[in-house]
Design a protein around this ligand. Structure first.
Ligand SMILES: Nc1nc2c(ncn2[C@@H]2O[C@H](COP(=O)(O)OP(=O)(O)O)[C@@H](O)[C@H]2O)c(=O)[nH]1
Ligand SMILES: [Mg+2]
Ligand SMILES: [Zn+2]
Length: 391
């Protein structure tokens, strides 16, 4: 009885604090919420059983539940959408819109948005009796996250999706030979976050003939190496979709990455079997920093896993992605250990083992060129960000 009253008081204190925080916030939360569709209004959203937390995430949740004031209210949930900043969370017995617990705002100010839930995050969700909204108490440890550098003034890193198993880099084909720079960059970012890379070449119908298409596929395969799948698709011809589907097995989460206009929405619609996403004219404004107005979401593919849709991003800077670079180009990094100078840029230094292996044909020229451009970019970004290095 006394315990119950105390819990009631604590609850009231929390609601009061939340109310005050909302009032202090610049957005009118109530107005935004009233504007959003209800939780059951979305098509293709994944069910709880379509998503697979790791044993570590389950254990972390059980620990948090045991420690909770009111363990019956705690649910293991996964963030499946972000609409204007508001998460939609799926738990075993409900799908609800959720707000952040008290304390999130403070963490946000101190540490950037690193602790705010992203699409794909597993969370401790509190479902107080009589509330139609859930409360995200905390984000459970991620097995990985695809993050984008936004620059010093913009909160540094933005998490595009968490707990992603595969990243599908979408690159459109055209009459000219396929450009490789963006694919190489995506490969580094994907491997850096520990996900499995896949390359999807769209608009294969725009290649003049089969030989031209085969040549593009071969160039890309050379770039990414034999361990990475390269799939050519054409939404116009309806080809390659089953191959893409098989790259995102049931129980896993894939993320689609690619420039605006690459054919991401068209591809997703093809995989879903109906027009779920707007294609063509729709402008994706994420680079303008209005990420809170852009919906981030996951959809369940029939006969496959779940896909997280990322908006078209103009820039994907490489900052501190040395691990990804080493994973993408292991043979070049290995050779570099044999260079005479340990800060060798493999451009024209004497005693450069990388150049020696390139000349001997042991390092592929396509891969060397991609590596050199990305490594140079990372050297520049590291210098401009490290206060100890003079400009
Ligand atoms: N020829 C051809 N055009 C395509 C194909 N896939 C997409 N497109 C066109 O490319 C444009 C951009 O597609 P969209 O899916 O909106 O790209 P997104 O910005 O990456 O989502 C649209 O005009 C599509 O009709 C394809 O396989 N072949
Ligand atoms: Mg699109
Ligand atoms: Zn060298």
């Amino acid at each position: 009885m006394g315990k119950k009253r105390q819990a009631g008081k604590a609850q009231a204190r929390r609601s009061e604090r939340r109310r005050r925080e909302r009032k202090a916030a610049s957005v009118d939360v109530a107005a935004v919420l009233a504007d959003l569709p209800p939780a059951d209004a979305y098509d293709d959203v994944p069910a709880f059983g379509d998503l697979a937390p790791t044993p570590e995430q389950r254990a972390a949740f059980e620990g948090a539940r045991a420690a909770a004031e009111n363990p019956d209210e705690a649910r293991l949930g996964c963030v499946i959408r972000l609409d204007r900043g508001f998460p939609l969370v799926v738990a075993s017995d409900r799908t609800v819109r959720a707000e952040h617990a008290v304390g999130f705002a403070k963490q946000d100010r101190e540490k950037g948005d690193a602790l705010l839930p992203a699409v794909g995050d597993w969370v401790v969700l509190l479902c107080p009796a009589g509330h139609d909204m859930g409360v995200i108490e905390r984000v459970l440890p991620r097995k990985g996250a695809f993050e984008r550098w936004r620059g010093k003034s913009r909160g540094e890193r933005q998490t595009l999706a968490a707990n992603v198993d595969e990243v599908l880099t979408v690159q459109a084909l055209g009459p000219d030979p396929v450009p490789l720079a963006r694919i190489a960059r995506s490969l580094v970012l994907t491997l850096d976050c520990g996900a499995k890379p896949v390359v999807v070449l769209t608009k294969a119908d725009r290649k003049g003939d089969a030989a031209a298409l085969a040549s593009d596929v071969e160039r890309v395969q050379r770039l990414v190496g034999p361990g990475v799948r390269v799939v050519a698709t054409s939404s116009a011809l309806g080809s390659g979709l089953e191959e893409v589907r098989s790259c995102i097995p049931a129980g896993t989460v894939g993320m689609i990455l690619g420039a605006s206009g690459a054919g991401k929405s068209t591809l997703l619609n093809g995989l879903l079997g109906h027009e779920a996403l707007a294609t063509g004219a729709v402008r994706e404004r994420d680079d303008a920093g209005r990420h809170t107005t852009v919906a981030r979401m996951m959809v369940k593919l029939p006969g496959a896993g779940v896909v997280a849709d990322a908006p078209g991003l103009r820039s994907l800077p490489l900052v501190g992605h040395e691990r990804g670079l080493a994973r993408a180009f292991p043979e070049i990094v290995r050779a570099a250990r044999g260079c005479r100078f340990n800060d060798c840029t493999h451009a024209r230094e004497p005693g450069c083992e990388v150049l020696a292996q390139l000349a001997a044909g042991e390092i592929d020229a396509v891969r060397f060129e991609a590596f050199s451009a990305l490594a140079a970019e990372m050297r520049v970004s590291a210098q401009s960000l490290d206060p100890d290095v003079a400009p």
